[in-house]
Design a protein around this ligand. Sequence first.
Ligand code: ADP
Length: 595
Amino acid sequence: MIAMISLSVIGLGLFTANHLKKSHIASLEKSMLQEIRLIDGTLSWPMDQPLSEQITFFEAETAYLKHYTGNRITFIDLDGTVLGDTHYNAWEMDNHLNRGEIMDILDDGGPGYSIRFSDTIEHNMINVAMSVERDGELIGYIRLGATLDNMETAVQQMWLTYLLGLILLLVLAAVISYLFSKSLTRPLEHITYVAQQITQANDQSRVRLTNKDEIGQLGHAINDMAVSLQLQMKRIADNEKRLMTVLENLMSGVVMINETGHIVLINKVAELILGVSVRQLNEMHYHQLKRHHIELHELVEKSMKSKARIHEEIVLHYPDERNIEMSLVPIEEYNDENWTGIVIVLHDITNIRRLERVRSEFVANVSHELKTPIASVKGFSETLLDGAVNDPETAHSFLKIIYDESERLDRLIMDLLDLSKIESKRIQLDFSPIEMEELVEKTVHSMQTEAQKKQIQFDIEVPPGLYIEADEDRLRQVFINLLSNGINYTPPGGKVSIRIDESANDRKDDSDNWAQSYIDIQITDTGIGVPKKDLPRIFERFYRVDKARSRRSGGTGLGLSIVKHIVDLHNGEMTVTSEVGVGTTFIIRLPVIQF
Ligand code: ADP
């Protein structure tokens, strides 16, 4: 566009300059011709005189004419000799027959014209010449030369005007086109910017345009698109959040492997079970599971290859030993046979398996515990039947053994029933306020005979008026079990002491900052003590440090387990410290109020 304007202006300039030149030259030629005619008309050419005379004459004539015209006037002889010149010494000038304007006359007889650069004057000159006749005879030529300076200046000025105009036009055009493009491109730039923002998930970004044209409509369309995108993104995010909440709160571990074998999803439980972390994962390939989980890796491989469901129980050894029931399910896309990977669901059944093991061990233990007294009852009664009954002394001692063993059986069965009730939480605790001093004194009183038999002293230190909320029968059972252990495992002459204190440090309740009060029950004996290695196990069912001793003292191996369970049911805590040969201390911390 700008190039076209420039070309047109230059074209127009060329045309005008040409026209200007032509018309200027034409009018110049015309006026010069008139001037020549005027000179010719007033001049008496001395053609009969010798050449030198003629030159002198024309020298004078040119000197005179020079005052009245700015043009150069030259008088030339028929043979080309210059007779006079307003601007130059005629004597020194060369022959002029070869000058364009003279040759022009020689050509057609009419006036001759030529334009050329004059070395003499150093200007572009227009020369007009005319033949001079006297009495119908050709006698010479008059030539008029004028500089084209005026015309050239006019053309230059015209060019200057045109160029200035062109520059102004170009500047104007540039400004207008800049403003125009700005008004068109700025909204488009804005729309492009908003679109980029939306692409970069900045879905709050909106086009702010008031244009009513197509650009305005485009802006509206982009805004509508952003709103619908925002809605869809929200929907997707909500769904994802819901899915993640479900996954994270599942009791089972979930792992998803895509068709290329990369782990694309794993929940917290699965992370815990497999001992990997999401950060560590970062699209980890299932082959990397091989390092710690060879068996699992094999199953995944099998399922990936066969694309069939697999349900199996395996034992993982890392990070802990766990029994895991796992299902590997190939995922097929909805309504499509396309296979897109597998989902692995992991159930940690370690506890179930452990409980099963404990239960079967328990059954084995119970059978063993029952077998011993029954075997001796059976053995001694057989011996009695076989004749020993006739020996009163033997019979008496045998019957005593049978009696003791059946007592033991009775105690064992009672303890077992108790334990099973407490463990299965079938018993309903009957909480009521209990005055500790009274309870301790009554219990100690009931055990006095037993203690005296072994010359064991009780030492009681219980503040009067101390109440706690507890199930009285169960709490009594705790005291009986611990005190009878104290008596059983303390050599004659020893001491069993009972101390109860209000706990010094009241603890805060986790949930509502309610300050809970506790009491500490401390039962200490000066007995044989428990070796350090056995201490953590003495609360297990049937665990005894010295089997023979326990049996001799009539123990069932269940007393401490029952105590532990009762303390747990009262939301209490129990600890034990012991030193072999010095004694043992059991400390039970119980809440004053049950919530
Ligand atoms: P038992 O009927 O054998 O006493 P318990 O469950 O009451 O069974 O105790 C488990 C084991 O803990 C006992 O066999 C004994 O080895 C040890 N034990 C319990 N109380 C004491 C104590 N006061 N001093 C030393 N050892 C004890």
